[in-house]
Design a protein around this ligand. Structure first.
Ligand code: FAD
Length: 383
């Protein structure tokens, strides 16, 4: 595996960093407090390439590679995870699902607009009664002539109140994972309702919503992939999504490291920089190793995606390690900042609040360990 970045990747990293330092970092605290990022940043981000990075040029994207995508996610994680999630869900979970499973018509209809940021997507899998176990989801899509009529509800859906397009997973057949299909549903379809969830610990600038579908009628041509293929579409998207979450977590840990180094070399107690104390250096050393290890695991998974090889277990390892490391790094960063770390004048408290969800969504740490354990032992804990 090639570890060094090529010039295009380095250039993209510099461009992304410069853009985010100017357009996002100065506003993140105010967006977090207001519980809403300024969506005017979306088209500007699309110009840089965040939304179309790995979408092929023929569908309006930039045709970039997956390592570059991870670099973008790292920089977004360092700048503001609320923004990182908007991109990851729209272009990653929704756009990449369309790219992998859509008809030519679906690809041409949606991908150019996702790449330009004109269309935001949301990914409707989780339901109030089914989070880690989506194979038993209850939303139903009943065939009626040339249409499907969808009834049910979803919860914790990122971009839910902002999205123009929702990838809805619904049951078209019997119980279990084989009965699930996926649908591309414009959110102005009658019967689609999104209600914002307030009071989140972190990712406050990002819209998270509860969705309800009542007699929502879509044409059969809205189905993504084949009937009964929905569960494997969801799992395939989540495998790739985990690489994106892992990269975002590396970014959080990077931010914690650089802020901790800066603060600990400036702050003095007992007449010396606090960085001179071994217990402070121990926390910084661990963050530094966590950044490197998280990045290596993430880039390996990205490299396997690029090579067209199986990457699911590598993605689980990257997501599990990097998300736990981001929480650890953010908690230690607050320790280094002392009381100042506990208020949002410095970014470390936001890093901790935002990091905390990373061990939960797109498969909890427990689920990642079961996937890794299954690969190691051959024993399937899910059946
Ligand atoms: P549960 O599945 O009820 O899990 C509760 C606990 O039990 C966890 O600790 C879990 O690890 C543990 N557990 C469950 N099963 C096992 C097992 N077999 N072995 C050991 N432990 C187990 N979903 C979407 O579809 N789209 C989105 O855009 C989206 N965005 C989100 C944004 C936010 C801010 C949040 C908080 C969630 C989002 N989710 C989204 C949902 C998220 O993916 C789920 O919350 C997650 O999958 C966990 O499901 P759950 O909350 O129902 O927890």
């Amino acid at each position: 595996m090639e570890l060094s970045l090529n010039q295009d990747q380095l250039d993209f990293r510099d461009l992304a960093r410069e853009f985010l330092d100017k357009e996002v970092v100065p506003h993140r605290r105010e967006w977090d407090r207001a519980e809403r990022v300024d969506l005017a940043v979306i088209p500007k981000m699309a110009e840089i390439g965040f939304f179309g990075l790995t979408i092929p040029e023929e569908y309006g994207g930039f045709g970039g590679d997956y390592i570059s995508y991870c670099i973008g996610m790292e920089e977004l994680g360092r700048a503001d995870s609320a923004i990182r999630g908007i991109v990851s869900v729209s272009t990653g979970l929704v756009g990449k699902s369309i790219l992998s499973h859509g008809t030519e018509q679906q690809k041409h209809e949606w991908l150019p607009r996702i790449s330009s940021g004109e269309v935001l997507g949301c990914f409707g899998l989780t339901e109030p009664g089914n989070g880690s176990d989506p194979a038993h989801l209850r939303t139903r899509a009943a065939r009626d002539g040339d249409d499907y009529v969808i009834n049910g509800s979803k919860i914790f859906i990122t971009n839910g109140t902002w999205a123009h397009l929702c990838l809805v997973f619904a049951r078209t057949g019997g119980e279990g994972h084989r009965g699930i299909s996926a649908f591309l549903v414009p959110t102005d379809t009658p019967g689609f309702e999104a209600t914002e969830i307030h009071g989140k610990l972190g990712l406050r600038g990002q819209a998270t919503a509860e969705l309800s579908f009542s007699d929502m009628r879509v044409p059969a041509s809205a189905m993504l992939g084949e009937e009964g293929q929905g569960f494997s579409i969801a799992l395939g998207s989540l495998d790739k999504g985990r690489v994106s979450v892992a990269a975002g977590c590396v970014g959080i840990a990077m931010g914690c490291l650089s802020e901790s180094v800066r603060y600990s070399t400036e702050r003095e107690q007992f007449g010396r920089q606090i960085a001179s104390y071994q217990m402070i250096q121990e926390m910084i050393a661990r963050m530094s190793v966590d950044v490197d290890a998280g990045r290596l695991l993430t880039y390996r998974a990205a490299h396997l995606i690029e090579a067209g090889e199986n990457f699911g277990v590598a993605a689980s390892k990257a997501k599990y390690f990097a998300s736990e490391a981001a929480v650890r790094a953010a908690s230690d960063a607050i320790q280094i900042f002392g009381g100042y770390g506990y208020i949002d004048d410095y970014p470390v408290s936001k890093y901790l609040r935002d990091a905390r969800v990373m061990t939960l969504y797109e498969g909890t740490s427990q689920i990642q360990k079961l996937l890794i354990g299954r690969a190691e032992t051959g024993v399937n804990a899910f059946t």
